[in-house]
Design a protein around this ligand. Sequence first.
Ligand code: M6R
Length: 366
Amino acid sequence: EKGGFKHFMLKEIYEQPRALSDTIRGRVLSDQGKIVFEEFGLTRDEMRRIEKIYLVACGTSYHACLIGEYIIENIAQIPVEVDIASEFRYRNIPFEKNSLFVAITQSGETADTLAALRYAKKFGVKTLSICNVLGSTASREADAVFYTHSGPEIGVASTKAFTCQIVALYILSIGLSIAKGVFPKIFIKNLLEELLLLPRMAEETLLLDKKIQLLAKEVYRKPNFLYLGRGVNYPVALEGALKLKEISYIHAEGYAAGEMKHGPIALVEEGFPVVFIASDDLYLEKTISNIEEIKARDGFIITISSSKEEKLKKLSDRFIYVEGINSYLNTVLFSIPLQLLAYHVALLRGCDVDQPRNLAKSVTVE
Ligand code: M6R
C-alpha cells in the first residue's frame, strides 16, 4: 500500500509530479491561452463581476491561502483577504458586495472551515471550495467546487494536497484575470505554458532528496529553526516551519524576512539554523542583506533558491539550488526540499512520521 516507500509521507511527496499533472489536466488550454471556466462552477461573467475575495482555511491549507493572496492580487488584481477559519467564523465581517468566499480544505471536513463557509453563505456571499476529497461536506455545501486531484493523502502532514492547492489558486487567478481582461493574451499564455512545465520540474526537484538527507544529518539535533522568506515565499517559510515542527517536534518558526530585525534575530547565535527561501526576483537583493545579518551573528544558513547568484552561494553554509519557473510556481518547487528536510529530520529523531503525536488527519471538532 505504500508502494515500496517506507512511509506514506514519503510516497506522497514523490507522488507530487503526478498529482500536479492530474490537477492541471483538463483545466488548461495553453495553446489557446484559455482555461476551462466550468471547472470552477462559475461562469466567465460571474468571475468578471467579482470585486473581493476571501480565502479561508486552517493549517497548511491556510498557508496555501496566503500564497493565493499574492498570486490573485498580482495576476487578477482583485483585493484578497485571508483568514484562519477559526477566527473568520467569529468575526463580524461587513462583507463587500460582489465577493467570493473560497474555502480551501484537503479533507473537506474541517469543522472550523465548514463553519466559516456556512457563515459566508448565511450572508448571501457566493462560495467556492477547493477540496481534495470527492463528495466531502465542503464540496457539497459550497455553491461551486474545484477539486485538486492529489489522490488520497494518508500521512497526517499535508504535502501533495498543499502543492495542488497552489496550482488550483494559480488557475483560479488566471481565470479571473482572463474574465476581467487584466493582461494581454500573450501574458496569460505564458503563465499557462509555465504551469505545464511544473510536473516535470517537480520531478527534477525530487532529485535533491539525497542532498537533503545529508543536510538532515547535520542539523537534526538542533532544538530550534527559523524559516524566512519574502513576498510569496513568506508563506512558504511558514509552511516549511509547520512541516518540521509537526513531524519532528523541533521548535520552528516561519517569518517574513523583513520582520527579522523586529524580534526573531535576537534568537540567532552561533550555529542557529536559519532556512532562507528565495526566488530569483526583485526581492533577492533584500534577502541577501538579511542573510548577511545572520552571517554576522554566525548563524547556520541554509538557502533554498532558484538563483545562482555568487554572493548568495558564498554567504550560505548550505546551498540548495532549485531550477525555477516563475515566482508563483516556485513556491511549489521550494516546498519539496522543505518537505524532504522535515521528513528526514523526523526520521533521524525516531519520530512516527505518518502519525505524529497529538494530531489527527482531519480536525472535525472545533
Ligand atoms: O483537510 P484540511 O485541509 O481542511 O486540513 C487543514 C489542517 O488541519 C491541515 O492542513 C493540517 O495543518 C495538516 N496536519 C498540516 O500538515
